[in-house]
Design a protein around this ligand. Sequence first.
Ligand code: HEM
Length: 353
Amino acid sequence: MTNGGDRVPIDAQQVDAPLSRFAVFLVLGVPDRAEGLDVVREEIAGIDDLVKTVGFRDLNAHLSCVVGIGARLWDRLCPDARPAELREFPLIVGPTHTAPPTPGDLLFHIRAERLDLCIEFERLLLDALGDAVTVIDETQGYRYFDARDFLGFVDGTANPIGAELAEASLIGDEDPGFAGGSYVVVQKYVHDLTRWSDLTTEQQEAVIGRRKADDVELDDAAPGTQAAHKTLTTIIGDDGEELDILRDNMPFGRPGQGDLGTFFIGYSRRLWVIELMLRRMFLGDPPGLHDRILDVSTALTGTTFFVPSNPVLQGLSTAPPDAPTEEPGGGTPIGRPTPHGGASETGSAGSEE
Ligand code: HEM
């Protein structure tokens, strides 16, 4: 992939992998043990080899895997340098709905046209990582009709394409040591489909901001009135241009278990853009008029990761010579906010707007 803004080829991870039929979103914790950290270094640096091993069995299935690293793990792997915006997911408390931050040291976003390839890859990966990791969340997503979510709307239409894709999702000159990297935010939402089906199609379309059947975009509501989801998630930069993110949401769940939902995943060159979208959704713009999608969608998780470029990921394979050693059982428990960010640093988002 190349970064449109800089005209320099960047060896980025496959954040731009094509829309797939299946995905596994695997969020892991890495307990504080020095041996475990070495295993993690080796496995994430060699992830491409595992993609080849499994993916070669059916090249038409386009297996890919993007590795994200949480702020707390990043500081353990690379104590001397941190991507400029890397911090933990903020607690956002709106008047009606809350976006909770939840733990996560590693994200593996595994995509393919075949679920068996995703599962085989995940199985071998977890075998190799062994007790260096704990599984925090594992969600299997699947394509539902023509890329619809369980609310029945086509999801992903406004994604950037072509040169805009790298411009929106990959870090450039602004943080040269981490150029080609990306920030990724995940949130697992479950839907109340009974409540959603109580709305008429016109009411649902007003919530989303697009027509349900043919996906055509509706006009924005008048300023100061209830805004649609597509309006609340549109962020305009200082130059008047829209600041896009790259989403690859997937429906998940089993009707028999009553847990149908949407796994939100958004990649961005600028973490603040996703955080601002979230604040506008949960707090509302104008304040008080929150995103009505939240009345039928509850966020169960919220975690932020950094996706290094391939050379930076491979460079993590060896510990820096002066890296502090970690004692078995010592250190900060997984998921607690660290002094570098998390709920305490950005939790004030609730009062920012
Ligand atoms: C647009 C669904 C959560 C950001 C859309 C659209 C749908 C949708 C149906 C319109 C079609 C499209 O352009 O893709 C959902 C569902 C969610 C969810 C079901 C969770 C329950 C989020 C979150 C964010 C977000 C958490 C950001 C933090 C966006 C953006 C757009 C969009 C940027 C495009 C806006 C535009 O420029 O038109 N979403 N979304 N969404 N969503 Fe979401």
